[in-house]
Ligand binder design. Structure first.
Ligand code: NA7
Length: 539
């Protein structure tokens, strides 16, 4: 058996969360190591290299705020940077803060077991290396466990196939090829226009139509963000206490149902032309809570789809009609709807023409074979829980996290699960994470965890563990808050609906980042209410 490497903390994952966790734990005087499956840092932004991959939150928000020097010195080149630029930024962060010496690449974690007799975690990698740590932080990402649907015959396919989240580093040349894309979420919506330009023929298989808002992405002229950078202290502070963690977004003051048709149109047109996801979501104060108000926005988008797409039947197929706007992750559109006006692009609705199988020559749906040389699965992820349950995590009495979460994830504040002392989670179920600007949410949680661990060290505390009572109350609260929104009206990955057999539980906390931050701070101020802190000398 290999030797154990003793450390204060093991952090799993070197994306936005894991890298900042390393930086903050070091700052608190801990010796920490990051274990990362990829052969580079970046997490989500390391893996998702499909054509068109880019962030859909503006760069001045989708960036770390913890270092004034970093946010002043880094120059973004586009309003919505593409994957390579975000990866360059994260590489820069790794160098700038000297993180690499404590990051082990090509190191996938297989298991994390808690040893109750010693109050230590043993973290084992797939290679068999073992680390022994007081603290373990899972910074494993919300969208890391990709899903390729179990379609009969995939192994017989004569061409190449790729999942958007495992894209070949050298790219894929679609020229002269017949391509099938399955899936029309954010990844599909971003990749489809680019593949359509290169491919000979593109067939898109759509199960659920998507709401997409124009990105209006563009290059930034040097110095364009100077005004924002000057106001960063004030803007970031606003973002930290806002609902979705954005500096400039403001919730509309009126109901969509209280204004005249003319006023509605004015507000919605301005939101549409803002080229942001938040614009329409926040255009009126009841878009996320009132079905009739939501429908006003949804109708506005459907009208734009019909204006853009020439063929009325295709346009109608592309119109989401069966769930409210914003209850599945909306997308930013760079030529997505317009792509369906191309001669070489064909849309197949798999609700009326279900995919039956994949044969050597292509995808068979509704009795028709759609010939393909390449299949692209833009079919998403076992979101939020998949990367955690993929690891053999065992807490007290050898109980696995998988078992504990078999009917749905249970956490206190999304930060811990009872029975797993000193194991912290970042952007997990029960946290605002995917409903907010991820970077800002990650910073909030990472800073809270580092403070908690620092506090434990200063006070001679050996273990920090959520109580069952606290997590039950929190899960109830998370459910109550989501019930006040329209989320349950959609089959989304927010509630696990995209993974066959996954329990349907609305996972993220919908109460907003600001409220969540205040709650976490209040818990810490009340001597970590809801957690049991056990002194080191308890034995
Ligand atoms: P998403 O948003 O989960 O999209 C996956 C898409 O694939 C979605 O349209 C799914 O339809 C479709 N899908 C999944 N399985 C199938 C099968 N079996 N047959 C046909 N279609 C299928 O993942 P993305 O990678 O696009 O985006 C993930 C997040 O990244 C996104 O939300 C942003 O936060 C950034 P469905 O809607 O489930 O009916």
């Amino acid at each position: 058996m290999s030797e154990m490497t003793p450390v204060d903390a093991v952090i799993v994952g070197a994306g936005f969360a894991g890298m900042y966790m390393l930086h903050t734990l070091r700052g608190a005087g801990l010796n920490a190591v990051v274990l990362e499956a990829g052969d580079g840092v970046g997490g989500t932004w390391y893996w998702n290299r499909y054509p068109g991959a880019r962030v859909d939150i503006e760069c001045h928000d989708y960036s770390y705020s913890f270092s004034e020097d970093l946010q002043q010195e880094w120059e973004w080149t586009e309003r919505y940077p593409a994957q390579p630029e975000i990866l360059r930024y994260l590489d820069h962060v790794a160098d700038r803060f000297d993180l690499r010496r404590d990051i082990r690449l090509n190191t996938r974690v297989a298991a994390a077991h808690y040893d109750e007799t010693a109050d230590r975690w043993t973290v084992r990698t797939e290679r068999g290396d073992r680390y022994r740590a007081t603290w373990c932080v899972m910074a494993t990402g919300c969208l890391s466990s990709s899903q390729v649907p179990a379609i009969d015959g995939l192994e017989s396919f004569a061409g190449d196939w790729h999942h958007t989240a495992h894209w070949p580093a050298g790219g894929v040349d679609f020229s002269g090829k017949r391509v099938a894309v399955i899936g029309t979420g954010s990844s599909g919506v971003q990749a489809i226009p680019i593949i359509a330009e290169q491919a000979d023929r593109l067939t898109v298989f759509q199960r659920t139509a998507t709401f997409a808002v124009p990105a209006l992405n563009r290059e930034l002229v040097p110095g364009e963000l100077a005004g924002i950078k000057e106001r960063y202290p004030e803007l970031r502070e606003h973002a930290r206490y806002s609902g979705i963690g954005l500096a400039l977004a403001r919730v509309g003051e009126t109901s969509a149902l209280e204004v005249t048709a003319e006023e509605r149109r004015k507000v919605l047109t301005a939101a549409w032309e803002s080229g942001t996801l938040a614009g329409l979501l926040l255009s009126f104060n009841d878009v996320t809570t009132d079905l009739a108000a939501n429908d006003v926005v949804a109708d506005f988008i459907r009208d734009r789809i019909h204006e853009t797409v020439d063929d009325p039947e295709t346009a109608e197929l592309l119109c989401p009609r069966d769930y409210p706007f914003g209850t599945k992750r909306a997308c930013l559109d760079t030529g997505y709807y317009a792509t369906y006006n191309r001669e070489n692009v064909h849309l197949v609705d798999v609700r009326t023409n279900p995919i039956e199988r994949i044969g050597p020559g292509g995808v068979v749906a509704g009795g028709t074979e759609h010939e393909a040389d390449v299949i692209v699965f833009a079919t998403g992820f076992d979101a939020m829980t998949g990367s955690l349950t993929a690891i053999d995590v065992r807490g007290r009495n050898g109980r696995t996290l998988r078992d504990k979460w078999s009917a749905g994830p249970i956490t206190y504040l999304g930060l811990q699960s009872a029975g797993f002392p000193n194991l912290f989670l970042v952007a997990a179920p029960g946290s605002p994470s995917v409903l907010t600007n991820m970077v800002m949410s990650i910073e909030q949680q990472v800073e809270w965890i580092a403070r908690c661990v620092g506090h434990a060290r200063d006070r001679g505390v050996a273990t920090v563990e959520a109580t069952e009572r606290a997590e039950q109350d929190w899960v109830r609260h998370v459910n109550e808050v989501s019930a006040t929104r329209l989320y349950s009206a959609a089959n989304s990955w927010y509630l696990g609906a995209n993974v066959p057999g996954k329990p349907r539980v609305f996972m993220p906390y919908a109460g907003g980042l600001g409220r969540y931050r205040e709650r976490c701070d209040a818990v810490a101020a009340a001597d970590y209410e809801g957690f049991v802190l056990t002194a080191a000398s308890h034995r």
